[in-house]
Design a protein around this ligand. Sequence first.
Ligand code: PLP
Length: 288
Amino acid sequence: MGAFHGMSLGSLSITSNNSMRESAGVSLDNVTFIPFNSTFNGMDTILYMEQLLTDTHSGVEKPAAIILETVQAEGGINIADTEWLRDLRQLCNDHDILLIIDDIQVGCGRVGSFFSFERAGIVPDMVVLSKSISGYGLPMSLLLLKPELDIWGPGEHNGTFRGNQLAFVAAKAALEFRDTVGLEAQVKEKEAFVQQFLREQIQTMDPLIAIRGLGLIWGIDVSHQGEAFAKEVATLCFKNGLIIERAGRNDTVIKIMPALTISLENLRKGCNIIKESMVQVSSTLVAL
Ligand SMILES: Cc1ncc(COP(=O)(O)O)c(C=O)c1O
């Protein structure tokens, strides 16, 4: 629940946003959605899955795989606890279920380490990568899988945009660049800046604002102020020169996701635009 995996039919079937699912135009079957993270309204979600898998009257068939984002990005920057990720890996081992991590948005160094699941010390059976894997948004995506799971014949899964040579060259250069400039350390430094800025400059504006993030993906959760507030802030940011996306339930999480190579100066500028926009929208609403 809260997952976004894409808009093609297979991906949409494992995406939980109901309004997006409606765009399929056909029924999306064979998927069971489970609450994200260790507890959900007090429920132990691992125990819940264990019960679904072992109760012969659960009505749920054993799945081929469990797929998740370790940080739900479009879902509102929801961060899975490392212990939950390890328990989930164990649950998959115990029941012979494949664990697939969708690292399309939070892989490739977004949270600091190259893969987002490294912080939990787990090894998935399959990993999906795309977006910045080619370094600059060139068309490229990868499915990493354990060799024993590779049952594809050569060219069996083909298509027009497969094997884009320019993207392959760019991806190799991007991986080398990552090491040359020490991108992981850079992300850690910028993470510290954003975290401090959000704690000191944003959270202090209103104790009900929740701040969540890792590396260079952060969310300002203003769900208590509602969708109109979040939309106004994003609109004002845009007028002030900053493109910012909204995520989460009712689009009430303002999402900070700069290029990993952003300068500290630009990062500070962007954060200040968010702060000024939030102050301005709050004061307009008070005046109304
Ligand atoms: C986590 C995640 N998975 C999948 C996708 C979709 O990827 P694609 O556009 O390559 O289908 C996205 C796109 O935003 C994403 O964030």
